[in-house]
Design a protein around this ligand. Structure first.
Ligand SMILES: Nc1ncnc2c1ncn2[C@@H]1O[C@H](COP(=O)(O)OP(=O)(O)O)[C@@H](O)[C@H]1O
Ligand SMILES: Cc1ncsc1CCOP(=O)(O)O
Ligand SMILES: [Mg+2]
Length: 280
């Protein structure tokens, strides 16, 4: 069902303008190339509007935020919105500092975003609920999955409605919701959380899927999330076959290989999704 969105992405090769953090920038560029997009990282306020105008999608990631980045985020975001280009926000570390929380919230309030891609702690902080995040990873209490899948999907759906934006919230199980329909997606591997950048890569890749299929944003974002999860699981199998141990350096490389080699047909065959409709 979702393989067509990967095929569309590989056919179109959209240019994706990323203003992103210096920790995982290179991984984001390579992940975009691997799935069939074309990355450009550009963050000087003097050029961001021009670059955004050329792009099929814009990705704003606040991971290594500096005050001087704000003009770049707004310059690119406003130009993209003016032209109907999808903008994806990754509020990395929202909740960990006032600057991050306020920046994420400001971007969310001012720009009609196509999607917010983050972990649950960051989404809660952006929306002004919940405690503070410890850093860029989800807080342990947000990871505790005691509720049923249906209950958790309903919770994410409610957050998406509050956000008035599509959300892709990742963790052990991933959820993609537009507030009406919520896709719960199983996949990936716990080792993904021990490699920095898997979330950032997914955000960038989501931007590319949305750029290629803007008419079906929920399905396109779900395809991005499924693709990442499937590749994470396959890379782990390869890692064990090749090395017999769980080295995170090799895993990072194998994950990129899986993203590059994934086909639409494999994505169709590998999905593990449940779809929940808004009940109330
Ligand atoms: N425990 C886990 N089991 C399976 N997949 C995981 C796990 N933790 C994270 N992932 C996957 O890693 C990717 C990044 O998610 P996450 O770690 O939540 O993002 P972030 O790094 O932004 O916090 C997603 O594809 C997600 O499904
Ligand atoms: C460790 C770190 N510090 C600032 S940005 C960053 C990368 C976060 O990447 P991800 O959210 O994909 O784990
Ligand atoms: Mg993250």
């Amino acid at each position: 069902m979702l393989g067509q969105y990967l095929n569309a992405l590989r056919e179109q090769g959209p240019l994706i303008h990323c203003i992103t953090n210096t920790v995982t920038m290179n991984d984001c560029a390579n992940a975009l190339l691997a799935v069939g997009g074309s990355p450009i990282m550009a963050d000087d306020p003097d050029e961001v509007a021009e670059i955004a105008a050329l792009a099929g999608g814009v990705v704003l990631n606040i991971g290594t935020l500096r005050r001087q980045n704000l003009n770049a985020f707004y310059g690119a975001g406003r130009e993209a919105v003016r032209r109907g280009i999808p903008v994806v926000l990754d509020p990395v570390g929202a909740g960990a500092s006032r600057l991050r929380t306020e920046t994420a919230r400001g971007l969310w309030k001012e720009l009609p975003l196509a999607a917010i891609r983050c972990n649950l702690s960051e989404l809660r902080a952006l929306l002004g609920e919940g405690g503070g995040a410890r850093g860029v990873d989800a807080a342990p209490e947000d990871l505790a999955a005691s509720a049923s899948l249906r209950e958790r999907a309903a919770q994410i759906g409610a957050l998406a409605r509050r956000a008035q934006t599509m959300v892709a919230v990742t963790g052990e199980v991933d959820f993609v919701s537009d507030g009406v329909r919520t896709f719960a997606i199983r996949g990936g591997h716990p080792l993904m959380a021990r490699v920095t950048g898997t979330g950032c890569m997914l955000t960038a890749v989501t931007g590319a899927f949305l750029a290629a299929s803007p008419q079906q944003p929920l399905e396109a974002a779900a395809a991005a999330v499924c693709a990442m999860g499937l590749c994470g699981a396959r890379a782990h199998r390869r890692l064990l076959e090749k090395t017999g141990r769980e080295g995170t350096g090799s895993y990072r490389v194998l994950l990129m290989d899986e993203l590059a080699c994934l086909t639409g047909g494999e994505l169709d065959g590998g999905e593990d999704i449940e779809i929940f409709e808004r009940a109330d």
